[in-house]
Design a protein around this ligand. Structure first.
Ligand SMILES: [Zn+2]
Length: 389
């Protein structure tokens, strides 16, 4: 148990600021998760810490009336290594916790939970914890998942790219580079050849699939007069088409194999971390949340406007959207075009504007949860959308 003594009226902004200060990186968010747990316990939620055996994960639950339907809010609270809360996850944490508290006070029937999901940024052992949770059935008895993410605009249907990281190790043969280069087989050559072959492949991929492939050479040898006997490269392969992703991975593996043959080296290839999925958009949910935002005076992008933009990144929230109706609402805390994971976004995550937007998102998410518990048609439409896409 934590030694935190929370002041009587600890509010959503105190929590957002405190987590911004704590600035704990992924898989090591011990104090941040304790803080959130304590707030939820104070508000009558039952706590499961180390949820799914993940040290800094938790689940907090409160049953009201007959306990149906079940709605979960997802909290993130990991900072970025070196810079801090430049992705604004301090606001996501507060948004989830206080939306849940507010929803639990408004409804007459339902189960409201907050699931604390560590390491969205992928810094440590529990990188992409939502993927693990989705795979292990954490969302099986949940009817709706709501989340939020700060950014440079309001949106209700952000796409994300599927991504899988790979590490390839080539092994060649060391030799004196002047006396007996004929004896050597360079693992670095295999790495460089792969790097170039991947660049050539870029011309021959589907343009509509938002293909992105980024790689580095992590290890290219130790001394210039020794044929490098080992090299290591890592690549991330991204696309907005989950089926096409498999094909791209196969082509990457062929490139690696071909480059190993050409350089007479051996290779091994392994996946790093889990596969991040694409997002399954639920139109009913998006439209209702957008309506609720507009009622609060927010100018929110339509789904079509959001779809016309290129997907920018990847998130483990997408994997949740594949197993349960879910939506992560984008809320604006900085001027449009502000770069993220930057000094500007670090500052933006604790400004007055962030505070106002956070208040709005808490109001709208709790209101949406209330409507979901009261409106059978809303529930049926959401389920139909989910099952038909
Ligand atoms: Zn983020």
């Amino acid at each position: 148990m934590s030694g935190y003594l929370l002041p009587e009226n600890t509010d959503y902004w105190d929590i957002a600021i405190r987590i911004h200060e704590l600035s704990e990186i992924g898989s090591r968010e011990f104090e941040s998760s304790k803080l959130l747990i304590n707030v939820l316990r104070t508000h009558g939620f039952t706590i499961k810490d180390r949820f799914m055996d993940i040290p800094t994960a938790f689940k907090a639950e409160k049953q009201i009336g007959n306990g149906r339907p079940s709605i979960a809010f997802l909290a993130e609270y990991d900072a970025l290594p070196g810079i801090g809360h430049a992705c604004g996850h301090n606001l996501i944490a507060s948004s989830a916790v206080f939306s849940a508290i507010k929803a639990s006070e408004k409804i007459t029937n339902g189960t409201i939970s907050v699931i604390g999901t560590p390491d969205e940024e992928g810094s440590g052992e529990w990188a992409g914890s939502k993927i693990l949770m989705a795979d292990r059935g954490a969302f099986r008895n949940i009817d709706l998942v709501l989340g939020s993410h700060p950014g440079d605009r309001w949106s209700v249907g952000d796409q994300s790219l599927a991504v899988q990281d790979f590490e390839v190790t080539f092994r060649g043969k060391a030799a004196h580079e002047a006396a007996s280069p004929n004896e050597g087989r360079s693992a670095l050559d295999a790495a460089v050849l792969t790097y170039n072959a991947v660049n050539m492949m870029r011309q021959h991929v589907r343009r509509d699939a938002n293909f992105v492939m980024h790689g580095i050479i992590k290890d290219g040898g130790t001394a210039s007069n020794v044929t490098p006997e080992k090299s290591v490269i890592t690549y991330g392969i991204r696309t907005s088409d989950l089926v096409y992703h498999d094909e791209l991975v196969e082509r990457f593996k062929k490139i690696v194999k071909g480059c190993a043959i050409a350089t007479e080296t051996n290779y091994s290839i392994k996946k790093i971390g889990p596969l991040f999925s694409t997002t399954k958009i639920n139109r009913t949910l998006s439209n209702i949340i957008r309506k609720n935002l507009i009622e609060e005076g927010i100018d929110c992008l339509t789904l079509e406007e959001t779809f016309s933009e290129l997907p920018k990144g990847s998130t483990d929230f997408a994997n949740v959207s594949q197993v349960v109706p879910a939506l992560e609402v984008g809320f604006q805390i900085a001027p449009e075009g502000t770069p993220w994971h930057s000094r500007q976004s670090l500052e933006a995550a604790k400004t007055k504007r962030a505070k106002e937007s956070l208040f709005t998102i808490i109001t709208v998410l709790s209101q949406t949860a209330k409507e979901f518990t009261e409106d059978r048609k809303f529930r049926e439409d959401v389920a139909r959308d989910f099952n038909s896409t």
